[in-house]
Design a protein around this ligand. Structure first.
Ligand SMILES: Nc1ncnc2c1ncn2[C@@H]1O[C@H](COP(=O)(O)OP(=O)(O)OP(=O)(O)O)[C@@H](O)[C@H]1O
Ligand SMILES: O=P(O)(O)OC[C@H]1O[C@H](OP(=O)(O)OP(=O)(O)O)[C@H](O)[C@@H]1O
Ligand SMILES: O=C(O)c1cccnc1
Length: 486
């Protein structure tokens, strides 16, 4: 295989999407409009929220949807596809609608992050790529957000490329980590492609390559005098690493009046070593020297280090972030929720399961987030059918009564609130209508939206169960389909 050749991501689909496509074509359902919701069922790490990410790559994929002549040839060689279907694929493009929550939005189980309304063959074909893209980036953005929260305002840098699962795991993972709140990445190509600020320190090899550790530090300070960050744990952090770093700063930076510098520790007891190192640096007058640590960090270790009084300014986090090691699956699914009949009526459809949590919520919907006007905080999310809205559900005094869709007797009437629709139109009739924000804007949006979440939702242990409620009409449709099983 010529690995330099650009891959056609339209072919990154599960084979059943093509066999079903061929089937829809032959069964006369080619033009049947179907509605699919992309949603997830539980938050990784037993967390209280997830961060949606990956929409920009979904947009690029949709815009590039097409089959090359060689793709058609390959499909023909499988001897199972109708020539009419292959002709249809040869002229394939997306003509439907897509609605999605903006990247960086905190999202919750069982609400549509993305909705597709398109002819059956098209909406079905998107399943795998949409899921792998949103699942991967939302997983990493969510993990990054937890790690950044644990760091309590200190810088978190993403260092994981070398341990990522494949190149897109590294490249798109660095993008997602930035959305979640990381300040930068070690991944150069993510900066080149997406503008995730790339930077870093040095490897142990730099220190080992020179005759002495001091020579290595001195050379580095001379080449990068503006903010050299020296790796101090190659031999012995406190006996030689920090003293040699101080000597190099004194010899190279001090005469030039430069004060910005740093050290990195990559092993040992980070609480003890950083406290000692801080004291040594301060006593030598290098009070502005920043201490970065790395070594299999995650949100739990970071939280613990800060409780122990570790003196840390920045965390480099690699393998446990880029692979979301503690729970490496974001279980987003893509389910048909309705189709349109020949008269254009929207017909809700359900997927039943013995496992109650796997029963879908049918119907083409709207998703609202309800904010308390006095607190500015999110009260919960509320789903209704496409042909109703919050206003039409309000009580005469403007309040809204919401109820738990599982324990329906649990009701709450909310006053003085603002309802905002979460999903934005992305494609309408196949045309892109969304102005993609910059990556910095997405990161800021994520941080701002997290401010609207109560601390109870954000805590790591036993977080509060955020409401995702249904309108009475949507609930009635679901329970009618549950009992009549259509
Ligand atoms: N004070 C601390 N409290 C809790 N965890 C810590 C503390 N200091 C270090 N750690 C973590 O403990 C783990 C130590 O792992 P390990 O024993 O493999 O490292 P090391 O022996 O110090 O270094 P290396 O094997 O990389 O030379 C790392 O995940 C590190 O982040
Ligand atoms: O530990 P992570 O969170 O993945 O952070 C990135 C790690 O990558 C580098 O290690 P390197 O590949 O040099 O191996 P090491 O584990 O021996 O330090 C660096 O020194 C960090 O330890
Ligand atoms: O720049 C660094 O310090 C770095 C980069 C990748 C992995 N570990 C460390």
């Amino acid at each position: 295989m010529n690995t330099n050749k650009k891959l056609n991501m339209t072919m990154l689909c599960d084979f059943y999407e093509l066999t079903m496509g061929n089937g829809y074509f032959k069964a006369g359902y080619k033009d049947r409009i179907t509605h699919f919701d992309l949603f997830f069922r539980s938050v990784p790490d037993k967390g209280g929220y997830a961060i949606a990410a990956g929409l920009e790559q979904v947009i690029e994929y949709i815009q590039d949807l097409h089959f090359e002549p060689e793709d058609i040839e390959y499909l023909r060689s499988r001897k199972m596809f109708d020539e009419g279907f292959l002709d249809y694929l040869a002229n394939f493009k997306f003509t439907g609608d897509i609605f999605a929550v903006p990247e960086g939005t905190p999202v919750f189980p069982n609400e549509p992050i993305l909705t597709v309304r398109a002819p059956a063959i098209q909406s079905q074909l998107l399943e795998t790529y949409l899921l792998l893209t949103i699942n991967h980036q939302s997983l990493i953005a969510t993990k990054a957000n937890r790690i950044v929260r644990a760091a309590r305002g200190r810088t978190v840098l993403e260092f994981g490329s070398r341990r990522a699962q494949g190149s897109s795991g590294a490249i798109d993972g660095a993008r997602a980590a930035f959305i979640g709140g990381c300040k930068g990445t070690a991944c150069t190509i993510s900066d080149q492609l997406y503008g995730v600020p790339a930077g870093g320190t040095m490897a142990h090899a730099w220190v080992q390559t020179f005759d002495t550790q001091y020579d290595a530090f001195r050379a580095y300070c001379e080449i990068y005098p503006d903010n050299p960050v020296l790796l101090v744990d190659t031999y012995n952090t406190l006996k030689s690493g920090v003293p040699d770093a101080i000597r190099a700063f004194n010899d190279v930076l001090k005469p030039r009046g430069l004060t910005k510098c740093g050290i990195r520790l990559d092993s040992g007891d980070m609480a003890y070593l950083t406290r000692q190192a801080r004291q040594m640096l301060d006593e030598a007058g290098w009070t502005e020297c920043k201490i970065t640590v790395s070594n299999s960090l995650d949100e739990i270790i970071i939280q613990d280090l800060l409780i122990q009084g570790a003196q840390i300014d920045a965390f480099g986090v690699g393998e446990r972030l880029i692979t979301a090691r503690s729970e490496p699956v974001f279980g987003g699914v893509y389910k048909l929720v309705a189709y349109e009949d020949d008269e254009g009526n929207v017909v809700p459809k359900i997927k039943l399961s013995e496992n109650v949590s796997k029963i879908t919520t049918p119907q083409y919907k709207r998703v609202y987030r309800l904010f308390g006007n006095e607190t500015g905080k999110a009260i919960g999310d509320w789903l209704c059918t496409y042909d109703e809205d919050v206003k039409s559900n309000c009580n005469p005094d403007g309040s809204l009564t919401i109820f738990d869709p599982d324990a329906t007797w649990k009701k709450k009437t909310i006053n003085n609130f603002t309802a905002k629709e979460l999903q934005k139109p992305i494609f309408v009739g196949g045309r892109l209508v969304y102005d993609m924000p910059s990556l910095e804007e997405i990161q800021q949006y994520c941080a701002d939206q997290m401010e609207t979440m109560w601390d109870e939702v954000k805590r790591f242990d036993n977080p509060h169960n955020y409401y995702v409620d249904l309108s009475q009409k949507l609930w009635d449709i679901k329970y009618d389909l549950l009992t009549h099983n259509k």
